[in-house]
Design a protein around this ligand. Sequence first.
Ligand code: M6R
Length: 589
Amino acid sequence: MCGIVGCKGVDNIKEFLIEGLKELEYRGYDSAGIGVIDKEDLKVIKAVGKLVNLERKLKNVKFIDPKVGIGHTRWATHGKPTEINAHPHRGEFSAVVHNGIIENYQEIKRFLQEKNIEFISQTDTEVIVRLFEYYYEGDSFEAFKKVLDRIDGAYAILLITKKEPQKIFFAKKGSPLIVANNNDKFFFASSDAPLIGYASAACYLEDGEFGYVDDKIHLFKDNKEVSLNLKPLPTNKESAKKGGFRFYMEKEIYEQADVLKENTLGRNTKEGIKFDELDKEFFEGINNIIISACGTSYHAGLVGKYLLERDAKIRTNAEVASELRYRNPLLTKDTLFIVISQSGETADTLETLKMAKRAGLKTLALCNVDNSSIVREADKTILLRAGIEKGVASTKAFATQVMTLWMLSNYLSNKNEYEAINEAIEVTKVDGALHEKIKRLSKRYLHGHGFFYIGRDIFYPLALEGALKLKEISYIHAEGYPAGEMKHGPIALADPELFVVALLSKNILFEKTKSNIEELSSRDATILTISSEYIDMTDDFIKIKETSHPMVEFFEMMVITQLLALEVAIRRGNDVDMPRNLAKSVTVE
Ligand code: M6R
């Protein structure tokens, strides 16, 4: 995901911008750039790929009298990762960096093009600087405010202009932005790590805040000047990168609500689902769907099977890629082949994609990494926009995979679940009290001879995923089972030392799942039930919110199973982010 830095009055502008961007590297990016007002000139230098490429270019650039500077690392969403699409985007006399998505950029672009204003990039961001220059009539701040009135969507914006070389204009809505100062030196960044060591306190801007920096920070909200709310900055960079969390995985669990907002931005609209990357013709003649993936991505695929078949009425199968690849499957041309992958490099998944293409099938990738092998190979891609996932155990990528499949099934069935999708995002916000409860509960689940996670329907793939999470990082044996299957064998293992995590939906097969829990309880298994309705025969109980939509229950239960795995693993003293024997990207078969 993109990163932003900016500064005014620092001794070495190049160093601050580049070192700041390096601090944001962990978020993932595919191009980078800086823009500096140098004396009377606007200099913009950009490069595709890693920051070393930008640094190489900057070696030959000498600034004479640098006033203000902005920098950006871009994770491609609108338009390929090219130098033209990299930020800053410049117009005739100004430049802008932006994180987020301008939802109405196409309409603004058309408006400006009708006025003969030319665009050179494929990005949504370019409209900001073009619009600013269109509105400019001698007062930069007035023009900037007009831009903010006109654009919809999410953004963190820094804008500089030759018209007022000593100022940086800024705005925040939906994407993070921080401003700080140290006497007459001013700094901006999209997260606090680049600011550590430069300032001792910072203002974490709130949505709707905007303003400019000259010899002080002028902050506005609802067109009134407001005072800065300064908070102390952390002093340790490594912990700042982890946002104060103990592990990246924990941070990534907490990030899920934001990441899902990003994932659904411009896609989940009141009028229904929109995918810029798809058109309805692509699905013409499609009677079947095969979903191919591995591990957690396969579990997301299984959820997709339930949703697509039930809502879109298209026969759907989810397949483990390493199996599909060698079993000479029947591949007919009326089948859409979907691959799901966080990394985009998983060898087994990639090979099944190639196999489907050889058989002449239409292919669609759901992937988190643009320009990865899978994205390059597939006919079409929906990017997951989860940001870089550092923890080996996938959490936020899984959340975006499931959400994307849910949106896809809405898209194909013309169903509009706008409100339910937003409700599902809301319940992924981690409640501190709930986390504390799970922390406490986890001490009772450290021994025993193993775990069963059980659920029905979409909660069965969630049971598989909950079990995988636990075994990956805690090294305790765990299995996911369809709740109705227990009596066909696994129940033989039931005794007080068998732990069962029961995913009990109020909306899907409640009574039947409850009976399955009863069967285990009467054989003295130790049961932790997650549900909105309390049941008597459980040992432990975690209450979720009441809702009429099973997917909302799904997302809340997902967070709980992730936190449970995390806390059990931490109590066992394991390295949660780098579990033994596992790699983040499995490029071998
Ligand atoms: O990058 P991918 O989504 O293709 O990776 C697939 C699996 O290797 C991955 O989901 C794995 O199961 C994770 N460690 C799960 O936490």
